[in-house]
Design a protein around this ligand. Sequence first.
Ligand code: ADP
Ligand code: MG
Length: 255
Amino acid sequence: MTAVSVSGVTKVFNQGRADEVTALSDVDLTVGAGEFVSLIGPSGCGKSTLLRLVADLIAPTTGEVVVAGKPAPKARLDQDYGIAFQQAGLFEWRTVRRNVELPLELRGQSRAARRARAEEMLALVGLDEFADHYPAQLSGGMQQRVAIARALAVQPPLLLMDEPFGALDEMTRERLQTELLGICAKTGTSTVFVTHSISEAVFLSARVVVMSPRPGRITATVDIDLPTPRDENVRQSPAFFDAVTTVRKALRAAA
Ligand code: ADP
Ligand code: MG
């Protein structure tokens, strides 16, 4: 089973206008079931655009996007994935708990089941004491953790994450990276993860997909042969530093 299949995708914004921009050109990407793939590249290279195409938040100009074996719009309707993007995207009028419960509500889960699941997810991201707060009462990093808890709440078969840890301090970030890998391994979740951190991409991924600046293309794919499950020792290993160097070189070659 393939989680995501992007073939021959081009995305042109404002086509035919003076401000036309080709954000992606001829992109092919396959993510296998249970695979963790990171997209890395300089700002503006089309990473978010590619993720938004997979999530069916925008449509490709040419090419095809298949998610969970279905056209992307169908996968969106079927809620086959969870998303956590740069901006936390929380509902200000709902408490933290009720933000996390929202996707469970949409799936018709009982009040008790929702509540238990939300508690579990909030504990995971270290926010169990903030369940009854409103988003505006939290720091940016805490809001982002709520968004991650919400994305994980339904245990989606596919997670789409766009720099979800960008606003977090280094310690929280590393802890959540390890937690995320644990959750994905346990649940067999496939993940497409956008980052501009080389070390984050290497630590998390089975494969790192390197993109070039405009028009965004995939210029290299680096297989990360580090032991799994990945623990804190991996970060100190020579193999980790070698992989970081390989990705850095691929990024330089693409620039
Ligand atoms: P990244 O996430 O890698 O930083 P993006 O995917 O956000 O890059 O953007 C890629 C390119 O597409 C940029 O040049 C950006 O300005 C352009 N772009 C993205 N979204 C839109 C949009 N909705 N309308 C016009 N241009 C856009
Ligand atoms: Mg982006």
